[in-house]
Design a protein around this ligand. Structure first.
Ligand SMILES: N[C@@H](CC=O)C(=O)O
Length: 311
């Protein structure tokens, strides 16, 4: 696992957001998590974020550090592994104590929804960083979540590393909140935060550094090629590359993006993810059939893409 990173690393790989595999009894499944990590690394992905798709909000604090340590053992030495922290202030305090003796350079701050103030949030993030030395990527999913000038101050002080930006907007208009954050911290510290399709406009129109995604877990080589195309301004090629993802993305958008991804990785045969963490729950059989078709088609497209790239 990499222990030193710079903002330039945000654009070097898609930031994959994998589900977490557990065995039938709920224990961390070492082999299945490793199989998914190896599938991602074989497709060229070198940044892994255990966040929303792993339901990191619900990881027991008693298991938190142990599960991260096991994931670290599955990763190659060149892989940047990011844990998530929060989303409430109490978890931040407990996780700082657990991360203090470990070597993660950066963690994702899950969106805070519990009662808070701007001033109190800044104090809490500063305290977290002072306690464990880990920088934060702030996950912004709602408008005006933190003031751009607050983010600017936290970046200047080394507390915040960057932003994962995922505020949904109608197509066509300009996003003034995103523009203000770019003015405060620079586009090179911001990644698009909700999958491959929205990343196209975020990278083309705002110059964001890269993106996080879930479908990359099935099709890492395709997703990495889309990132490379976007970085080089080949937007039409990126659009065309992600076509095989759209059926699975549609199922994710219609049913639930986290639950569908969790089952899709199993149903495609990449690795058995086992029971999803409560209080989430698995898909009914009726929905599983649609997800299986889309997942298998996407994995087949990934294999065809890798074969074609190697030829
Ligand atoms: N939610 C997005 C990106 C992850 O953060 C996805 O799963 O595609």
């Amino acid at each position: 696992m990499r222990t030193e990173v710079t903002p330039a690393d945000l654009s070097k790989s898609v930031m994959a957001v994998p589900p977490l595999a557990r065995s039938a009894d709920g224990a961390f499944d070492i082999a299945a998590n490793a199989a998914l990590v190896h599938h991602l690394e074989a497709g060229g992905v070198s940044t892994l974020l255990y966040g929303g798709n792993a339901l990191a909000h619900h990881w027991p604090i008693s298991q938190y550090a142990n599960w991260l340590d096991q994931l670290e053992l599955s990763c190659g030495s060149n892989t940047w592994l990011l844990p998530s922290v929060g989303s409430d202030g109490g978890r931040l305090v407990d996780q700082a104590a657990q991360l203090k003796s470990r070597k993660y350079p950066v963690a994702l701050l899950l969106p805070m929804i519990a009662p808070r103030t701007e001033e109190g949030t800044m104090a809490s993030l500063r305290r977290f960083h002072a306690e464990c030395g880990v920088q934060l990527i702030v996950y912004i999913k709602t408008d005006d979540y933190l003031l751009p000038q607050s983010l600017g101050a936290l970046v200047a002080d080394g507390v915040v590393f960057g932003v994962k930006y995922a505020v949904p907007r109608p197509q066509g208009g300009r996003d003034s909140y995103l523009d203000a954050i770019i003015a405060a911290i620079g586009a090179e510290r911001i990644i698009s935060g909700f999958g491959e399709p929205p990343a196209i406009a975020h990278m083309r129109d705002y110059g964001l550094a890269g993106f996080t995604a879930g479908c990359v877990c099935l099709a890492p080589a395709i997703s990495m090629a889309a990132l490379a195309a976007l970085r080089e301004g080949r937007v039409d090629q990126a659009q065309s590359l992600i076509q095989p993802m759209l059926a699975l993305e549609a199922a994710r958008n219609r049913i639930n993006e986290i639950r569908v991804l969790h089952e899709a990785v199993s149903l495609a045969g990449i690795a058995q993810m086992g029971p999803i963490l409560e209080p989430s729950s698995g898909l009914p059989a009726t929905e599983r059939a649609e997800v299986e078709t889309a997942a298998r088609a996407l994995l087949a497209a990934e294999h065809a893409f890798r074969a074609q790239s190697a030829a």
